[in-house]
Design a protein around this ligand. Structure first.
Ligand SMILES: Cc1ncc(COP(=O)(O)O)c(C=O)c1O
Length: 427
């Protein structure tokens, strides 16, 4: 019989061979699909995952911890706590802030300011913990929360701001932190779509009291499902770790000290808080360890694609709002967004239908105007103003695929599709 390390080497060899054989067919413009996402993992992640299964250590362990450390170093904060999704990361962040042991507690009925255009699970967790989201309009030039409107939306009940770095574009977090400081508000950055984005060389996710990331399959890097809560605050980090797993003491810094206080309870099952089970699996940690090393390379491809499209599509700027990297920032382009200007001689739907007919996959800009989503009728929230820009985003904006799998041929084909469409527009 062969020994285990030999078997593992053989598995690695076969996995490499398997993935090498996956190279795609020739790209045919207008025929070959440009999907919204393609897998960002390769033989390294698959081999590590198989090795994890074979060792049978499959629940949260050393590989998750290793990925947490690597990711925290990448973002530039001391603590990263991995969970099973970005939605769970947001739920955990809000749960920590409303927890009886929170240093600055949000109470039921308190308000949390957040953008009207985002993903639903930015906002659901605010309601799920009994707080009231206040939907604030976004800027059309960035899709991000309007800083001017934040100031106006603050009331006596406001306790926190939860900005979102949408579609890879860093929001003006410097100004938001300044507003928060003046009004003594907590800031939770939802950076689920913006892994690796920067402002003046500093990563998003390192500014707020807490920040969250997602590693869902379609994101910049993936752990299949997965997310992370980041913080620079040691006490908040302990609360995050406690609530991630049942509120037990096992992952806490001072567990021995706490155990001393409750000698009548077996410390292996000693619970000091009311938590969840939001643990990731070790397979997700195994993925993350390898994905993180590939991230900056992936981001550069997305940025190159976006630069090319913005330059080439500029000839249609009478009809389209195009998006650019703000000076001093690193935009990481979750997708490539386009807004059809109101008054253009065609509708968004006509353009989207044409692009889809060319096998270019598109999506709406997430929730559109969240205020119009029927789910919102079920819980209490407040709308700040009429949200005119969110209404425009819902009706006029969309994004199409931009990822590490898109190269020169696909990039040029996309411009050709736009030119073809525009040639058919009656001016
Ligand atoms: C802004 C934002 N927040 C939260 C999430 C939730 O992340 P997940 O899909 O990992 O639950 C997403 C998902 O894409 C998102 O875009």
């Amino acid at each position: 019989m062969r020994d285990r390390s030999e078997i593992l080497k053989e598995i690695e060899k076969l996995t490499r061979e398997y993935f090498a054989g996956r190279a795609g067919a020739r790209f045919i413009p207008g025929k070959t699909k440009i999907p919204l996402n393609v897998p960002s993992y390769d033989w390294q992640e698959a081999t590590e995952a198989i090795e994890t299964l074979l060792t049978t250590w499959v629940t949260m362990g050393k590989k998750v911890q290793r990925f947490e450390e690597m990711y925290a170093r990448y973002i530039g904060v001391p603590h990263g706590v991995m969970v099973n999704s970005g939605s769970s990361a947001n739920l955990l962040a809000m749960s920590v802030l409303t927890n009886p042991l929170a240093p600055q507690r949000i109470r039921p009925g308190d308000e949390v300011i957040t953008p009207a255009v985002t993903w639903v699970t930015t906002v659901y967790p605010i309601m799920q913990v009994g707080a009231v989201p206040v939907l604030v309009d976004v800027d059309l030039e960035s899709f991000n929360i309007s800083v001017r409107e934040i100031e106006k939306a603050i009331t006596k009940k406001t306790k926190a701001i939860m900005p979102v770095h949408l579609l890879g574009n860093p929001c003006d977090i410097g100004s938001i932190m300044e507003i928060a400081r003046r009004h003594n508000l907590i800031v939770v950055e939802d950076a689920c779509e913006s892994t690796g984005a920067e402002i003046n060389g500093r990563k998003v996710g390192s500014f707020g009291d807490l920040a969250t990331f997602s590693f869902f399959f379609s994101h910049h890097i993936t752990t299949i499902e997965g997310g992370m809560v980041m913080t620079s605050n040691d006490d908040l980090a302990e609360l995050v770790k406690s609530l991630r797993v049942f509120g037990w003491i096992r992952d806490l810094r001072n567990r021995d000290e706490v155990a001393e206080k409750y000698r009548d309870i077996d410390s292996r099952f000693l619970f000091t808080n009311i938590g969840y089970n939001l643990r990731p699996t070790e397979v997700s940690g195994a993925f993350g360890m390898h994905q993180i090393g590939k991230l900056d390379g992936f981001i550069e491809i997305r940025r190159e694609n976006a630069r090319f499209w913005t330059e080439q599509l500029r000839e249609f700027s009478d009809y389209l709002i195009l998006y650019e990297e703000r000076p001093g920032t690193r935009h990481v382009w979750f997708g490539y967004p386009v807004t059809v200007k109101p008054g253009a001689p065609f509708t968004r739907q006509e353009l989207v239908t044409f692009l889809e007919s060319k096998a270019l996959e598109t999506r709406p800009v997430f929730t559109g105007n969240l205020d119009e989503q029927p789910a919102m009728r079920l819980m209490k929230y407040r709308r700040h103003g009429d949200l005119p820009n969110a209404r425009v985003v819902q009706r006029q904006s969309f994004f199409f695929a931009n990822h590490q799998g898109i190269g020169k041929e696909e990039r040029e084909a996309v411009v050709k599709y736009f030119r073809e469409f525009m040639a058919g527009v009656k001016r």
